[in-house]
Design a protein around this ligand. Structure first.
Ligand code: SF4
Length: 194
């Protein structure tokens, strides 16, 4: 894949884009089409939580607090349409002109997992389109943005995260997870048993 791309008759160049690693992430995701961006986010938060959800042993669908949270999230903004054929891709918004995936956040306190989730979406879109996609966090309460560029270091972190998710899916033992502040409001407490 070269570094010169065309879209709408305009050449888009990004010589620093880590194409090789991004393509690798895209290829891995295509071979494991059950991987979603939220799995990357969950795995960073708690491996036990991610394991439960990826094996569909989840109470998230019926937890009142989760339903409330999801309802708030869904009504707080309008999502871009899903890209068909790119399983695991569900970004808040896509800027098709700038090639930027936008995730809307209510707070500046963004988890490492949420940033990896955003980066994963960028890699899927870059691999599928051949265009250098980057990320952006939009803090809608303050109308502020933070650009999240895809560079070699970040792409390496995304690849490692994807590999951890794959290892977790095939793990024979229920992971221990970690006791954090997350446990208190965790929707999987009943299944978790910790
Ligand atoms: S209760 Fe705590 S340890 Fe159990 S899945 Fe939730 S966050 Fe992880």
């Amino acid at each position: 894949m070269g570094n010169t791309k065309w879209i709408d008759g305009v050449v888009k160049e990004d010589a620093s884009y880590p194409w090789s690693r991004v393509q690798k992430i895209y290829d891995i995701a295509q071979c494991h089409d059950w991987i979603s961006g939220t799995m990357l986010r969950d795995e960073v938060a708690c491996s036990r939580l991610a394991f439960l959800r990826m094996h569909r042993c989840s109470l998230a669908d019926i937890s009142a607090s989760v339903l409330k949270g999801e309802a708030l999230h869904e009504t707080s903004h309008t999502r871009s349409a899903k890209f068909s054929g790119l399983y695991g891709l569900r970004p808040d918004m896509l800027d098709l002109h700038r090639h930027v995936v936008i995730e809307k956040k209510s707070s500046a306190n963004v988890s490492q997992g949420a940033v990896l989730q955003l980066g994963f979406y960028c890699c899927l879109l870059a691999g599928a389109s051949g265009l250098p996609w980057h990320g952006e966090l939009y803090f809608f309460h303050k109308n502020r943005k933070r650009f999240v560029p895809i560079n070699e270091d970040f792409a390496m972190s995304i690849e490692e995260s994807v590999k951890r998710v794959i290892a977790l899916k095939t793990a024979e033992n229920f992971p221990m997870g970690i006791e954090t502040g997350l446990c208190q409001g965790c929707s999987e407490q009943d299944f978790c048993g910790r």
